[in-house]
Design a protein around this ligand. Structure first.
Ligand code: AMP
Ligand code: MN
Ligand code: MN
Length: 315
């Protein structure tokens, strides 16, 4: 695909959906596409589905129009996913994806083997937002659309910090800046800012973390009862694994929280030597070389031991 217009011919209705627990790139890419279609294809009826997106993204235009569930069965002419690496990651809009007449997937996960009819996956792009931007007419990208794309890029690159940042990413960011994106505010409010409680929880996880494999690996976790005590949910814990990764000498960082008794959402981060995507895929998850995730069951020590075994193989 060279331009999004290629898949829009004869289309009267479009559904857009991201992945479960939508992150900044997921929200940014889906919202950018939504705003673009609403503005430039007003005759197409467009809906957007995202599972409970974080309030910190509420500065995005159209944020309140996001549908948080597939309440009535709608058959779309076309369903487009952004930042979704496999069918089982679609979440709230899964049904609409299955019943749509055509499906398109716009993504950047190396673990994505293509689950839609048209799969536009650029494995070396920083973010799904950058992949999407390449498919848009640049003169049709207004400030609101640019703000959504910029949000996605800064979240998946850790504000241009991670290895997935490349010259093209910075070029695109420059073009978006020309559109008047309020970049300082976005970076502060959507990326770095934490609530007092979030900081407290991060502090506790860091204090209780353990170093493993001669200091090459670090693990931190939080149990369900402690999440209840602080009144936090999974989405409040973003950023903890990134901080663990920044520990001197560490090659791989593991962070997991207990979704329900003995069920954990695991996040993995690498400083380059370990391909954590391989580890996550081994346990039924996926992601990128330096950032991946999966779901696991058992005790805290089962999770650590099982993951450690896979990481050790790569060290
Ligand atoms: P997270 O640790 O949740 O921030 O996720 C890091 C990366 O791994 C993201 O790009 C996710 O899309 C991917 N990922 C996380 N969890 C899973 C999972 N259960 N299955 C597939 N990919 C995942
Ligand atoms: Mn994502
Ligand atoms: Mn992404």
């Amino acid at each position: 695909m060279n331009n999004i217009s290629e898949v829009l011919e004869g289309v009267h209705s479009v559904g857009i959906g991201g992945h479960v627990r939508p992150d900044g790139d997921c929200v940014g890419s889906c919202m950018a596409l939504y705003l673009y279609l609403k503005k430039w294809y007003p005759k197409i009826h467009t809906d957007i589905y995202l599972e409970d997106p974080k309030e910190q993204f509420s500065y995005l235009e159209g944020f309140r129009e996001i549908r948080k569930a597939c309440t009535e069965p709608v058959i779309y002419d076309l369903f487009i996913t952004c930042d979704v690496s496999s069918r089982d990651r679609i979440g709230v809009a899964g049904e609409c994806f299955d019943t749509a007449k055509r499906t398109v997937c716009i993504d950047h996960h190396i673990s994505n083997f293509g689950f839609a009819e048209v799969n536009h996956v650029v494995g070396d792009a920083s973010s799904a937002s950058e992949v999407l931007y390449a498919l848009l007419d640049k003169d049709k990208v207004d400030q609101a659309i640019a703000t959504a794309v910029y949000t996605g890029i800064i979240h998946d690159t850790g504000v241009f910090q991670y290895q997935n940042t490349n010259p093209e990413t910075l070029f695109v960011a420059g073009e978006l800046m020309k559109k008047g994106v309020p970049f300082s505010r976005i970076i502060d409010e959507s990326f770095y800012q934490k609530t007092y409680i979030q900081n407290q929880v991060m502090g506790r996880v860091l204090a209780e973390s353990i170093m493993l494999l001669d200091g090459k690996c670090i693990a931190g976790w939080i149990r369900y009862k402690d999440m209840e005590f602080y009144g936090v949910e999974g989405k409040d814990l973003d950023g903890i694994v990134s901080q663990l990764r920044l520990t001197e000498g560490v090659e791989a960082a593991i962070f997991f929280y207990e979704n329900e008794p003995q069920c954990y959402k695991v996040s993995l981060r690498s400083n380059g030597v370990v391909d954590v995507s391989k580890v996550a895929v081994y346990f039924g998850g996926g992601g990128h070389i330096r950032a991946a995730g999966c779901n696991m069951n058992g005790s805290v020590y089962d999770v650590i031991n099982n993951i450690l075994e896979q990481i050790e193989k790569q060290l």
